[in-house]
Design a protein around this ligand. Structure first.
Ligand code: SF4
Length: 400
């Protein structure tokens, strides 16, 4: 649901053609662990993520396979853990707790441990278990506070469930809660979006993510729009809603620290900051990706294929892409530019051995002239004018 497409891998130009310094890319020894739980109670109408109905699968068997995959991973550098999906909270509470325990037994220096939670699955006992097992951040998929909009999205919760979930999470001791919101939902207006923003702020979460609704062609919602049942929000209104989110959330004391993310001071998502620094990450579970910096892999998506591979002592990796130095440098630039701090010129030079002002001289010059980029205090960053059209700027950094 991101507003920005990630840099494309597989650039075919050679290093000698690019003229970049290929020898000095340094490994960052801190990494993140992402665990994909591919189950949901039912499928939302807009969802294009890989997930299957929880009732149709042997969740314990899959978790056993994932536990085995995790046991073989080198997690010594892991500092942040993110359990997403899918809906991790739709797992039987005892199985979820047992799996969390495996993670904390395996990773000893976790500074941030996030679990995604569907609002209507925030049972007090489950939340208490998570806190006791070291989970210190809860990401609640609120999406909207308008029940008609939630209904249209096919969500299984209503706005009251979000309020209850936040209350239960506080009761369980969570001091770091994030709410996910979606704008530009069919039928929404700037007034309904404002109401959702204000109701989110009233719950005082430490972090809010706000994404524009992405309409993937294969989803039921996109097909209903195609058939004329609903009308997609037009581009200008979408942009106005994004600007409205920035204005409302920053006025309420949230720092706009990444294109789609807002946080109270000190509550930026460390796991995602690692991604935007292009640090290595380990992915566990069906369809999860991992990156070592030089190689990106993706596990089999199909649950049965994934389990079968692990149970027969085979690798669950279904796809491997080599990341060239050039790809990695471009990815780092694109990901860094997503954040408020943008590209830190000195750090970029240290990590990649290349001066971004020279390497990306042409897009930097063009976009600075258009008022979309700024160079200041050794940083290259997107201006406020660029944020709603960030894709347009970032695609010029995605390849050399
Ligand atoms: S809960 Fe999330 S992952 Fe599951 S179907 Fe809905 S949007 Fe997709």
């Amino acid at each position: 649901m991101s507003r920005i497409k990630k840099a494309q891998a597989g650039n075919t130009a050679t290093l000698s053609q690019s003229g970049i310094n290929s020898m000095t890319i340094k490994e960052d020894n801190i990494s993140g662990l992402y665990v994909h739980i591919p189950f949901c109670t039912s499928k939302c109408a807009y969802c294009n993520f890989y997930s299957e109905p929880v009732s149709a699968h042997d969740t314990y068997r899959l978790l056993q396979a994932m536990r085995r995959e995790l046991s073989l991973a080198d997690t010594s550098a892991v500092r942040t853990v993110y359990i997403g999906g899918g809906s991790p909270s739709c797992l039987p509470a005892a199985q979820l707790a047992e799996f969390m325990k495996t993670i904390t037994d395996k990773c000893h220096d976790i500074t941030e441990f996030t679990v995604e939670c569907n609002p209507c699955q925030a049972a007090p006992r489950m939340l208490e278990n998570l806190r006791e097992l070291g989970v210190n951040r809860l990401s609640i998929g609120a999406q909207s506070f308008n029940d008609d909009e939630l209904n249209l999205l096919g969500r299984i919760h209503n706005s009251e469930s979000v309020r209850t979930a936040v209350y239960q999470a506080r009761q369980a001791g969570f001091e770091n809660i994030s709410l996910d919101l979606i704008f530009a939902i069919c039928g929404s207006t700037q007034a309904t979006w404002q109401a959702s923003l204000e109701q989110a702020i009233a719950l005082n979460p430490e972090h809010i993510s706000a994404y524009s609704l992405t309409l993937e062609a294969s989803t039921p919602l996109a097909q209903e729009i195609e058939q004329g049942k609903y009308t997609a929000v037009d581009e200008l209104t979408d942009r106005a809603m994004y600007e409205q989110a920035i204005e409302t959330l920053t006025k309420a004391g949230y720092e706009h620290y990444e294109i789609s993310n807002f946080a109270k001071s000190g509550f930026e998502c460390r796991h995602n900051m690692g991604c935007w620094q292009n640090r290595p990450y380990i992915g566990i579970g069906p369809s999860a990706s991992s990156s070592s910096g030089t190689r990106r892999t993706r596990n089999f998506s199909d649950i049965k294929t994934y389990i079968k591979a692990i149970e027969s002592d085979q690798s669950p990796i279904g796809e491997t892409v080599k990341i060239s130095d050039m790809d990695r440098i471009c990815e780092t630039a694109v990901l860094n530019l997503r954040t408020k701090n943008g590209i830190d010129v000195k750090k970029f030079k240290q990590v990649t051995g290349n001066d971004p002002c020279l390497l990306f001289a042409e897009p930097v010059r063009t976009h600075c002239e258009q008022g979309l980029l700024k160079i200041e205090n050794d940083r290259i960053y997107l201006t406020a004018k660029a944020l709603p059209i960030a894709d347009y700027v970032l695609c010029d950094f995605a390849a050399l």
